[in-house]
Design a protein. Structure first.
Lengths: 395, 305
């Protein structure tokens, strides 16, 4: 890693690094790398039963890697002085991410093409493209992918609600702090707690308040109500009965179960989009509205001509981030429906989670995950490219 | 009789009527949404004080419909009578609570530390790492956000097994740091680029080293942003379930895993589940109410350029 000229923070440094220091720095890096290689070599021999040191874990290699990483950072300062100190800002984070992401991903690629059941004693065996073939014929995986498309599409509705709420919060209202905190709270709650609080208790068929409310709507209004309440009550109860709310069920049929999962996920994440949009709204200069009022624009025109176009970049950022979070959706599904009924609510993540939990099938699960990653990367790249295009000014 | 000279014309009165209906409309929607947001929390709190018949009858308002009882909290060992005596459930709960606290606080601190340094470096200097320039390095960090946890989960499971890190807090801390790091870098990059470089230039002229300038001049200015990033990481790591469910079993199990494992059993005792859920979400509710400003600031950081 080196530093180019033209930094934003330009500093003239007169580094006077002695040869000894440079040599020491090089020695540190290569010495620790040598130790790391040596330990890795010994451990490989040990696990393959060429040596019998009785090492139970790969911890020594981990420590050697840590030592090497530390020496690499130290040597940057020793050999390159002031420049090295600047590199030190980014290097630890980069090393951390590389060792935590790139290495497991490469390792994951190896696992993906092998038959590896953690509960079987055979250990890992390569099986070439068998996993791919199995995936091709696995209707549940394709079903989960299809569900993800539905789950992602709902973001449009979430976006509309979030935008509406943000506009309301941005208008002149009292008790703004109360509303902000109240609207923010769902985001703070853990999905597991939400899945119990709403999914398992409020949506419980017999005693849950929501099903009780729906049953109340569907029941015939009592005859001694005044006429002004009785007749609307009749209509409501007829409509409610038509929806089948007399005996509501939330996780029985595929469509409703999926809608319930969507609603719960939306409930937790609408505040997130709302706050991003609210921040964007507050950054729009007031003069624009004043000028348009002078020109006689109606509220609706103002929204169409000023608010929405100016909010487009923020909106796209918010929606993209929301999509990224949505693609990780799993906790609620695992805890409420575990994919049922018949895989109708399965997301890819929850499907792979069960694939591992029920069958300890590491090899196949990893392949599914990596295929998912590839699909996500392609889809997100296309989306970001499209978003860039849309964000260009129209005029 | 007094004659008014200036009267509201017909159109002005209409305006005030429409303004009034507008107000009513706005407030009713806001109140409706506030109700939607708050009712599940209210329901959980009240249910934790209910007894079986209250749950069956669907009583909602305490002291009106039903008399609050400590039933749910007693089963957790947290009610006034049981708080003094030994309780295995409470031990278990406190252990999980402590695990969650340690893991989320440590990983957030680590992520804010690593992420702030990286974001500062990227906002001030031009790096070149192989073919990668500054924007590429930034993209490399931020692109980790796209990575779904499920891709890393199984390789980590196997790796941690061979490293003996399975079911340890260290293992979880490292993984959680990784998951929140991109968010921290995103927020902090925004923070640092809004601080003028003249400040450090002056400090450097006065003889501070670059790290000295960073820690004594820049960090105090960027502190609100760091707090925002820290709290957001705290929320995300406290609530994390997926990795914790896969990688922990008995020793390092966190609170969400404990809550989830209780729901699976048939014939849930509602009051104790409500008490447990509420105890699990309470810290974050408190944080949300006290530090709402920072959370909103953190989430808004990337929105406005």
């Amino acid at each position: 890693m080196s530093i180019e000229e033209g930094d934003k923070l330009h500093v003239v440094t007169a580094d006077d690094i002695s040869d000894n220091k440079k040599r020491l720095g090089k020695f540190l890096v290569w010495g620790s790398a040598l130790i790391l290689a040596l330990i890795l070599f010994i451990q490989t021999l040990d696990t393959n039963a060429y040596l019998s040191l009785g090492l139970e874990t790969w911890r020594p290699s981990l420590y050697a890697y840590g030592l090497w990483a530390f020496c690499l950072c130290a040597s940057q300062v020793l050999t390159r002085g002031e420049h090295g100190k600047r590199v030190l800002f980014v290097l630890p984070a980069a090393l951390f991410v590389i060792s935590m992401v790139v290495f497991p991903l490469l390792f994951g690629l190896v696992i993906a093409f092998s038959d590896w059941n953690l509960s079987s004693p055979d250990g890992r065996t390569f099986n070439g493209l068998d996993n791919v073939r199995q995936m091709w014929g696995d209707p549940f995986y394709w079903n989960a992918l299809k569900n993800m498309v539905w789950y992602t599409l709902v973001i449009i509705i979430e976006y509309v609600i979030a935008f509406g709420l943000a506009i309301l919060l941005n208008s002149h209202i009292r008790a703004r702090k109360f509303f902000r905190v109240a609207f923010l709270l769902p985001l703070m709650l853990s999905p597991v707690a939400v899945s119990w609080m709403i999914g398992k208790s409020m949506l419980e068929i017999r005693f849950g308040p929501i099903s009780r409310f729906l049953r109340w709507l569907a029941s015939e209004p009592s005859a001694d109500l005044p006429a002004i309440l009785f007749y609307p009550g009749m209509y409501i109860s007829e409509i409610a009965q038509w929806f089948g709310w007399a005996s509501p069920s939330f996780f029985g049929s595929a469509g409703i179960a999926r809608a319930m999962i969507m609603a719960m996920d939306a409930w937790t994440f609408i505040p997130f989009m709302m706050i991003m949009i609210l921040a964007g709204l507050q950054a729009i200069p007031r003069e624009l509205y004043e000028a348009s009022e002078v020109d006689g624009a109606s509220r609706w025109r103002q929204f169409l001509e000023i608010t929405f176009p100016l909010m487009l970049p923020v909106s796209i950022t918010a929606v993209l981030i929301r999509i990224i979070f949505k693609l990780k959706l799993a906790d609620i599904i695992i805890n409420i429906t575990s994919g049922g009924p018949g895989g109708a609510t399965d997301s890819v993540t929850s499907f792979i989670f069960r694939e591992y939990r029920d069958r300890s099938n590491v090899g196949y699960g990893t392949l599914l995950a990596i295929v998912y990653l590839v699909i996500i990367v392609i889809a997100m790249t296309i989306l970001i490219k499209l978003a860039d295009k849309w964000m260009k000014p129209r005029y | 009789m007094s004659n008014q000279i200036f009267r509201d014309s017909e159109s002005d009165r209409q305006f005030s009527a429409s303004w009034f209906t507008g107000r009513v409309f706005i407030y009713s929607i806001l109140l409706l949404w506030a109700f939607i947001c708050l009712f599940p929390i209210y329901w959980t709190i009240t249910t934790s004080f209910k007894m079986a018949p209250d749950v069956m009858k669907g009583n909602i308002t305490p002291w009106v419909d039903f008399t609050p009882k400590w039933l749910g909290w007693r089963s957790l060992g947290l009610s006034p009578e049981t708080i003094g005596i030994e309780s295995t459930v409470r031990e278990e709960f406190l252990k999980r609570f402590w695990n969650s606290t340690i893991v989320s606080v440590c990983s957030s601190i680590l992520a804010v530390g690593l992420g702030s340094c990286a974001a500062y470096g990227l906002s001030r200097f031009n790096y070149r790492f192989g073919f990668m320039r500054n924007s590429d390095i930034s993209f490399f960090f931020l692109s980790q956000l796209i990575l779904p946890p499920v891709v890393l989960a199984l390789p980590f499971l196997v790796l941690y097994k061979s490293l003996n890190l399975l079911d340890t807090r260290i293992g979880l801390i490292l993984l959680y740091t990784l998951t929140v790091l991109p968010i921290v870098i995103w927020i902090m990059r925004d923070q640092f680029s809004s601080i003028p470089t003249e400040l450090e230039e002056a400090a450097l002229v006065d003889g501070l080293s670059i790290w000295g300038a960073f820690t004594t001049i820049i960090m105090p200015i960027a502190l609100p942003g760091m707090v925002a990033a820290f709290i957001l990481s705290l929320v995300l790591t406290w609530n994390e379930y997926f990795f914790a469910a896969l990688l922990t079993s008995s020793h390092a199990k966190t609170l969400p895993v404990m809550v989830a494992s209780q729901t699976g059993s048939q014939g849930i005792s509602w009051w104790s589940m409500a008490a447990l859920s509420f105890a699990a979400i309470l810290p974050l509710i408190v944080i949300a109410i006290i530090l709402e400003r920072y959370i909103i600031k953190g989430m808004a950081a990337g929105a406005v350029k």
